[in-house]
Design a protein around this ligand. Structure first.
Ligand SMILES: Nc1ncnc2c1ncn2[C@@H]1O[C@H](COP(=O)(O)OP(=O)(O)O)[C@@H](O)[C@H]1O
Ligand SMILES: [Mg+2]
Length: 272
């Protein structure tokens, strides 16, 4: 208790900020949270709509979704925490920063540097990286057009969950097909979550010359089939929020440009 009380008032660990603590939202405290009838800690749904969430009656209201969802008898269970309430307690908003570009364009390099920069400045962020995700969640997917689409669909959904959890999700996937990226964007927009597409652009000759994993060499030798830029298309974004020429710009400059954009849009506040 002593340790708890030693927390500064603004800290999320201060007793007045911990639901369930006898100090939580004491009347007259600057930490009073909105309290609704249903639960002592429940903030009213800010939308105040009859339908409490965009997911209410999901299948009934959406024939396309009903047709593409295998399970019929599922009903969205709305929680007791509104997005605004979550953001207030976590102390930040969520968003997805979607890196796209050729293999070796620099997506992972820039995303990793950005991840570190944001974390060191008090922003909670998590990076979903192409190859890493294929070791786990997407280990059953290959590189056919169908599998690439499914790869991106799953990542979009996972990134959306992170963003909904008030985390800045960074995704670095080639994501070569425009329609797939647009689906990812639409998924976020429908859920009211920011989606920032970052096109990491280099001429293919530069990517091929970098070839940090030796993949272009293998693709040219015919050892890899369906390699983006060689024998599978890369559809460049037409409406990316940010365009980075990684052959003309230092990593640190790219990181700063993305950070500045996120601050300007009000998606993040640097704390350090
Ligand atoms: N300005 C830059 N931005 C990003 N990467 C760069 C830059 N300049 C050189 N590189 C190099 O290019 C390579 C990019 O590889 P990587 O980040 O793995 O690409 P991707 O994730 O897009 O496949 C790395 O070896 C990196 O050091
Ligand atoms: Mg990568």
């Amino acid at each position: 208790m002593t340790r708890e009380l030693s927390q500064p008032p603004g800290s999320p660990f201060h007793p007045a900020n911990i639901p369930g603590s006898p100090f939580h939202a004491a009347p007259g405290s600057p930490f009073v949270a909105p309290i609704a009838a249903a639960s002592p800690f429940h903030a009213p749904n800010p939308a105040g709509a009859a339908s409490p969430s965009p997911y209410h009656n999901l299948l009934a209201d959406n024939p396309t979704l009903a047709a593409t969802t295998k399970s019929a008898n599922i009903v969205w269970h709305e929680g007791d925490v509104s997005r605004e309430e979550r953001q207030q307690y976590v102390g930040q908003k969520g968003a997805t920063i979607w890196f796209t570009g050729l293999s070796a364009s620099g997506k992972s390099t820039i995303a990793s540097a950005l991840e570190q920069h944001l974390l060191h400045n008090g922003v909670t962020t998590y990076r979903l990286d192409g190859d890493n995700v294929r070791f786990g969640l997407n280990k059953n997917l290959g590189f056919s057009a169908e599998d690439r689409t499914e790869n991106i669909r799953r990542i979009s959904e996972v990134a959306k969950l992170f963003a909904d959890a008030a985390v800045i999700a960074l995704t670095s996937f080639i994501s070569p097909y425009r329609a797939d990226r647009d689906s990812a964007r639409e998924l976020h927009e429908k859920a009211g979550l920011p989606f920032v597409e970052v096109f990491v652009d280099v001429p293919i000759e530069v990517a091929e010359q970098r070839d940090p994993k030796g993949l272009y060499k293998k693709a040219r030798a015919g050892l890899i089939k369906g390699f983006t830029g060689i024998d599978d298309p890369y559809e460049a974004p037409e409406k990316a929020e940010l365009h980075i020429r990684s052959d003309l710009e230092e990593v640190a400059v790219s990181v700063k440009r993305i950070t500045d954009y996120l601050v300007e849009k009000g998606y993040i506040t640097l704390k350090a």
